[in-house]
Design a protein around this ligand. Structure first.
Ligand code: NI
Length: 208
């Protein structure tokens, strides 16, 4: 009798624990903020993602991208998206120095930038980047964009930027002072998050 009661209470506790863990699992899976379409693009595409191009994909390229919520920052989808964006921008078919999430079909505030200002010139992914200040002289420079193939232009930009962001690797908050060509890339990529393309700012444009 006692053994039976003990067994029953153990079984009830076990079932309750299993139910709680299942509910936590469902909440974790479904409430991290990504839409079904975004999840499909991020999780089902290969490492080399489809790059959005003008004018076909102007709807997404001309939109203001949404911020990642704290939950999204820590999500598996963010890690996977960043890994695929880094793979795509460095792939020989693209050979870029920067890419923004709207360029892979995701209207969220993520950029990947080659940091020519750091030893080894690594690519870094920045989540929710914000340009706090632009400084230094304005200088003209040549620009192109993965989303506007076969075109180049001259854009005059500041040569220094202070950038705040969450590092995709460590999830730590950073505030970096960036100078030179990398500051130009940062401005180009952050513009993408507001639906602005370098052709909007170009002094001159030409077709290759
Ligand atoms: Ni671009």
């Amino acid at each position: 009798m006692q053994a039976k009661t003990l067994f029953r209470s153990f079984a009830v506790s076990f079932l309750a624990l299993a139910a709680i863990l299942t509910i936590i699992g469902i909440l974790r899976r479904d409430h991290n903020g990504w839409t079904d379409l975004e999840k499909a693009i991020i999780l089902r595409q290969d490492s080399l993602m489809n790059v959005t191009v003008m004018p076909k994909d102007s709807a997404i390229l001309r939109s203001r991208a949404a911020e990642l919520t704290p939950r999204m920052l820590r999500s598996r989808e963010t890690q996977e998206l960043v890994a695929k964006m880094l793979y795509t921008v460095r792939h020989p078919s693209q050979d870029g120095v920067g890419i923004a999430a709207p360029q892979v079909g995701i209207s969220r505030r993520i950029i990947c930038v080659q940091r020519f200002d750091l030893p080894g010139e690594p690519f870094k992914a920045c989540l929710n980047p914000v340009i706090d200040t632009l400084f230094g002289e304005m200088a003209p420079g040549r620009e192109g964009c993965l989303s506007i193939p076969d075109k180049r232009g001259i854009v005059t930009r500041h040569q220094g930027a202070v950038l705040s962001y969450t590092d995709a690797e460590t999830l730590e908050y950073h505030r970096d002072t960036i100078e030179g060509f990398t500051a130009v890339i940062v401005q180009h990529e952050c513009d993408h998050l507001d639906g602005i393309l370098y052709t909007d700012r170009a002094d001159s444009l030409w077709t290759l």
